[in-house]
Design a protein around this ligand. Structure first.
Ligand code: CA
Length: 359
């Protein structure tokens, strides 16, 4: 009895000592506005495994996007360019999707369907709507065939003006594709100065409820104010009562740095799951200085918070953000000479971080 008592006392003493050390360690290492990052190590991913086979149905758990096994997932890939303009539209095909998987090691791609009439997008006329939708469908089908996640992006700056079009479009997408784990819905690319609580949020809720009629579980990413930067404002008045909702954060590395990460840290601390559905390595207008240093800071920050991201964009427009040079092959298979400085920089990052695809 005496011996047992001593062992138990000693164990309790050890436990107290351990708790105190953990407490002291946590107090020391934590910055005030920084959410607790997870372990910096990469998730171990088997090679030769397509992304969707590996991670399966994604869901939102707290401020993380997790795979079928419940572990956080970081998807890294490319966004296509505006679907209606030739610099981007010629790349909306299955050969490019396969090339982005096999050679660039994308695990996610984003189909950016032009919407607004002012840009000659989907809402311009029924004929144009069918034309733009057909491009998106080719990319979605190819993503499914290649085991990639695909973001269906309603690429608009004034989506609340055409909410019925958005509802009809997403209803069709959810009916057709909602049972594929590949699909991620992005209901509104970049609101500008619209008010979150009275305009943007009610718009999202209407479209979310339409999607949820057909698809209960695929992730829906919601655009936030001021070109998808005001995630802090969304965090103060989040969408309630709806599951598997994430929020869009966009950055352009030369223009946006610590200040925008501060807003994002605030949103993460408030429990929002974020997805960077679009980022640039350059200035916010898509051109100018290619900032490799700040881009690396953003990549590291996104890795530490397990945030998925797509680079803007698969395009041969003559500007810094484009991944390709003028007249790069519209069917993929790009040589070094056909890839822009930004494209080379991003491709190296994707190849260093993402698993190799299946044969
Ligand atoms: Ca589903």
């Amino acid at each position: 009895m005496i011996k047992l008592f001593k062992i138990r006392t000693f164990n309790i003493f050890l436990l107290l000592l351990l708790s105190a050390s953990v407490f002291l360690f946590n107090c020391k290492g934590k910055a005030e506005d920084e959410p607790e990052p997870e372990e910096p190590e990469e998730i171990i991913i088997p090679t030769n495994t397509p992304a969707v086979e590996r991670w399966g149905q994604l869901s939102v758990e707290g401020n993380r996007i997790v795979g079928k096994d419940g572990n956080p997932v970081v998807l890294r890939g490319m966004s296509f360019f505006w679907s209606q303009w030739p610099e981007g539209s010629k790349y909306y095909n299955k050969d490019v999707v396969k090339w982005l998987r096999d050679d660039w090691r994308c695990t996610v791609i984003r189909a950016a369907m032009a919407v607004d009439q002012i840009h000659g997008g989907y809402t311009t006329s029924p004929t144009i709507a069918e034309r733009e939708k057909a491009k998106i469908i080719e990319v979605i089908d190819a993503a499914i065939d290649n085991g990639l996640y695909v973001i269906i992006d309603w690429h608009s700056h004034e989506a609340e003006e055409t909410v019925e079009d958005a509802k009809a479009f997403f209803a069709e997408m959810a009916q057709t594709y909602g049972h594929y784990p590949n699909i991620i819905y992005e209901t509104y690319n970049e609101p500008i100065n619209q008010d979150w609580s009275t305009v943007i949020k009610p718009y999202h809720e209407a479209v979310i409820d339409t999607i949820r009629h057909y698809d209960q579980n695929n992730i829906i990413v919601c655009g936030t104010g001021r070109w998808a930067q005001d995630v802090d404002i969304a965090a103060d008045d989040p969408i309630m009562g709806r599951k598997h909702i994430a929020y869009t954060l966009h950055y352009y590395a030369t223009t946006h740095g610590r200040f925008l990460r501060g807003k994002a840290n605030y949103a993460l601390n408030k429990g929002l799951a974020l997805m960077v559905t679009e980022y640039g390595t350059c200035e916010a207008n898509g051109d100018g200085f290619l900032d490799k240093e700040e881009s690396q800071i953003w990549w590291d920050w996104m890795d530490s918070h397990r945030i998925s991201h797509c680079n803007w964009s698969v395009s041969d427009k003559n500007e810094t953000a484009s991944a390709l040079v003028r007249n790069a092959n519209s069917l993929g298979g790009w040589t070094e000479e056909e890839i822009s400085p930004s494209g080379k920089f991003v491709r190296e990052h994707l190849k260093s971080k993402n698993p190799a695809p299946a044969e």
